[in-house]
Design a protein. Structure first.
Length: 448
């Protein structure tokens, strides 16, 4: 079969009409394993057609698509797997909630499709378990190449032995938003880049997502450079945009012209980075936060845009069947989300000083503008309570040694839509100075 090169891959749930194609891929996998010294793992009948149909019906079967063709198929589910309750001759990496991958098989048309699938699954949960037959050296090599560690031996329901592997994230970085206050975060991140400080995962909300992008791509100074250059450009952020286009920010200018032409974003460096990147958005239908993994910055730029789309002054962003707005509306500092994804130790960058607590906000026009989304408006009305409870949690985790917090050492008075280059530069320099001051403590935290 001819191998396709440089074909963009994507993962989606298996559709019922793809059932026969999936069966053929599993049949190919059985022959492949037999030819490579592993004839016993699946024999001539596994997985049975009934099991494959069940996987699809229950929504746990996924396909990796290369254009219009299936490049691989696999089972993915988050939650406890009964066969993993007992492990012999070793131990799991942790006991945190996890996801599992089973029955992964390549169609042989795209090199690395299997690796793409496990990376996708890992980006969803940050704590992934998988097992394979002792004779399946191809799978074992792929798992080790992707950072999985051998944990021990588990047994299937029929008693068959399998080698168990796990991959879990280590240290995460959580970035609060806040409009132009976020340039403080850009200063902190540039200090991290200057000193070679990296993280296993980064979750940014709103302005935190915007500046987190340049951090993951390793572009020191990029945020402050283009903010100073374009902060007084009406296309960047202005009432003029709002009146002409219904949005405070000019989408085409900020999310395409700047990164693609005027101050090029390093898309290749982002894709090559081992750091996983997520953006926090607010789902209008559910009123809950969404933490979206970004693996292709250019293709998924609308998810980043959604994270920073302020209510009232931005259009609703439709992305992957969801209707989204600024992540700060439902979870301004998503430490809980980061921990659920498997990051048990986190650095949190805030854009408010340590004494700040959010006061109740006056009831705005949200109940009218977003009347179709009652759960979203309810979340907005309780936003101050959610924020203050999260700050309380972060301070407790900080005392317990699970979180390291960097926040402004001075009261932040810069407005969300400030266009004064001198004021913007001052906030950026404060971020740099605060990060440098805490650098030794931070390095000690990262080592422990």
């Amino acid at each position: 079969m001819e191998e396709k090169r440089n074909t963009p891959l994507r993962v989606e749930k298996t559709r019922p009409e793809q059932f026969e194609q999936v069966l053929r891929i599993y049949d190919r996998a059985r022959h492949f394993m037999a030819e490579h010294g592993n004839p016993n793992q699946w024999g001539n009948t596994n997985p049975p057609a009934a099991r494959v149909r069940q996987d699809i019906d229950e929504g746990n079967s996924y396909v990796c698509m290369a254009g219009g063709e299936i490049a691989a198929v696999f089972y993915y589910k988050e939650g406890e797997d009964p066969t993993y309750r007992v492990i012999e001759n070793g131990a799991w990496v942790n006991d945190a909630p996890y996801g599992v991958v089973h029955r992964i098989s390549s169609a042989g048309i795209v090199k690395g499709a299997g690796s793409f699938c496990v990376r996708w699954a890992f980006s969803r949960c940050g704590n992934l378990r998988i097992d394979t037959h002792r004779d399946n050296t191809v799978m074992q090599n792929m798992l080790k190449k992707n950072g999985f560690v051998y944990c021990g031996i588990i047994h299937l329901e029929d008693g068959a032995e399998r080698l168990a592997f796990q991959k879990a994230y280590g240290i995460g970085l959580v970035l609060e938003g806040g409009g132009m206050r976020g340039i403080y975060t850009a200063g902190v991140l540039d200090v991290f880049l200057k000193h070679g400080i990296t993280f296993d995962g980064v979750l940014g909300v709103s302005a935190g997502a915007i500046h987190g992008c340049s951090y993951v791509s390793g572009q020191y100074g990029r945020s402050i450079r283009y903010y100073l250059k374009y902060c007084q450009d009406k296309r960047f952020m202005s009432v003029s945009n709002l009146l002409r286009h219904g949005e405070l920010v000019n989408t085409q200018f900020c999310y395409h012209e700047i990164p693609e032409k005027l101050d090029p974003y390093d898309y290749e460096a982002f894709e090559a980075s081992p750091t996983r990147f997520y953006v926090g958005c607010s789902n209008l239908k559910t009123g809950r936060p969404e933490f979206l993994p970004i693996t292709d910055m250019k293709a998924q730029i609308d998810a980043v845009r959604a994270s920073a789309s302020l209510p009232y002054v931005s259009h609703i962003v439709r992305y992957e069947g969801m209707e989204l707005l600024d992540g700060g509306c439902t979870d301004s500092i998503p430490i809980r989300g980061m921990m659920r994804m498997g990051y048990r130790k986190n650095v949190v960058v805030l854009t408010r000083d340590a004494s700040y607590r959010k006061p109740p906000e006056p009831v705005g026009p949200g109940h009218i503008l977003y009347c179709r989304y009652p759960q979203f408006t309810a979340a907005m009305n309780h936003r101050h309570k959610t924020y203050n409870q999260t700050v309380q949690l972060i301070r407790r985790l900080e005392r317990e040694g699970h979180v390291f917090v960097i926040c402004p050492s001075q009261l932040m008075t810069i407005s969300r839509i400030c266009s004064d280059p001198q004021e913007i530069m001052g906030v950026y320099e404060l971020g740099c100075a605060d990060a440098e001051t805490r650098l030794e403590e931070l390095c000690q935290f990262l080592k422990v």
